[in-house]
Write a protein that binds this ligand. Structure first.
Ligand code: A2P
Length: 318
């Protein structure tokens, strides 16, 4: 274990008063049979934040790994930050869905519960075809999220994949403001419109796909091969992944790199003993922008979805 990993993980303060660890382990697309091992390895090298979701279909394996870590005395529940997300089939049963995640993760409460997408599906929907959609009532969903916050089952609540317009609309009727908006963010899609808005509203941005999800079919450009990234990797003597992650951290965003490999898990957290200079950050600002996860295949249809086009899904920020 590196020296830096033994030191306390830096955190960002949220508007709920809680502090989110700067790096969390992403578990999306972590294969069954591997995700539990990855969680154990990650916590052993210093991760204190695990990002989960019902939709990833691996919460039970994550929960079992956490139980083993508690029993082995490696970490205590209260020293971990556990996030999960409300899937689109559960907008009418928010508390029940939250309790389901808590049961699978075996964690008594969540540190953060997010509305996964601004979309609602039938209770028993398996996919996201036109026959699966039901009208979205985000006011009702958010009121139920607020109850989960008030009961203490979720210490902070937030949203994911919400644009400026959709966040603004939520802020116009919420009692409890979202603490976090978790969205795609990396040097190739820097959220140049959303980020200044969230900052002005005191909402923290957590970056998913922070190294560009090169394993995913939607990743048609490899973030780690961008000339700016490879140039900086050479200059700072760091891996391309560390450069991409450090860029996000210096914007004030927490990051959720996913890996199931021990060497990458360790190096993806070694981000706090170097700094990208202001001058070099300007180089990142020049990178031509490209959203990788467009979501059109899942969330856009011209009959039942609230979004008839991909532009409507992202309110033109594409
Ligand atoms: P693996 O899980 O086999 O290590 P993201 O977090 O942006 O979604 O990206 C996850 C993808 O990046 C996975 O394919 C993961 O592969 C890979 N990955 C994780 N860490 C690194 C690294 N340090 N260098 C290169 N690829 C990495």
């Amino acid at each position: 274990m590196g020296k830096q990993a033994l030191e306390a993980m830096p955190r960002f303060k949220l508007n709920s008063g809680a502090s989110i660890p700067a790096v969390g382990l992403g578990t999306w697309q972590s294969e069954p049979g591997l995700v539990g091992k990855a969680v154990k390895e990650a916590v052993k090298v210093g991760y204190r934040h695990i990002d989960c979701a019902k939709a990833y279909k691996n919460e039970k394996e994550v929960g079992d790994a956490l139980q083993e870590l508690y029993k082995e005395g490696i970490v205590k529940r209260e020293d971990l930050w556990i996030t999960s997300k409300l899937w689109c089939t559960d907008h009418n049963d928010v508390e029940e869905a939250l309790k389901g995640s808590i049961e699978r993760l075996q964690c008594e409460y969540l540190d953060l519960y997010l509305v996964h997408w601004p979309c609602a599906l039938k209770k028993d929907a398996e996919g996201t075809g036109p026959e699966d959609f039901v009208p979205l009532n985000i006011k009702g969903t958010w009121a139920a999220m607020e109850k989960c916050y008030e009961s203490g089952l979720a210490k902070s609540i937030g949203i994911s994949n919400f644009t400026v317009e959709k966040t603004k609309s939520l802020l116009s009727h919420c009692k409890v403001r979202p603490a976090v908006n978790q969205v795609e963010c990396h040097p190739l899609w820097q959220q140049k419109k959303l980020w200044p808005y969230l900052k002005s509203e005191g909402i923290h941005l957590t970056a998913y796909s922070p190294i560009g999800s090169s394993n995913s079919p939607f990743a048609d450009i490899n973030v780690l091969e961008l000339p700016t990234i490879t140039k900086m990797a050479e200059k700072y003597k760091r891996s391309p992944a560390q450069i991409a992650l450090r860029w996000n951290i210096q914007q004030g965003h927490s990051v959720l790199p996913k890996s199931t490999h021990a060497d990458r898990l360790a190096s993806n957290i070694e981000l706090f003993d170097f700094e990208i200079s202001e001058e070099d950050l300007d180089e990142f600002a020049k990178i031509e922008q490209h959203r990788l996860l467009r979501g059109d295949e899942m969330w856009v249809n011209d009959s039942t979805s609230p979004y008839k086009t991909v532009e409507e899904l992202w309110d033109g920020d594409i």
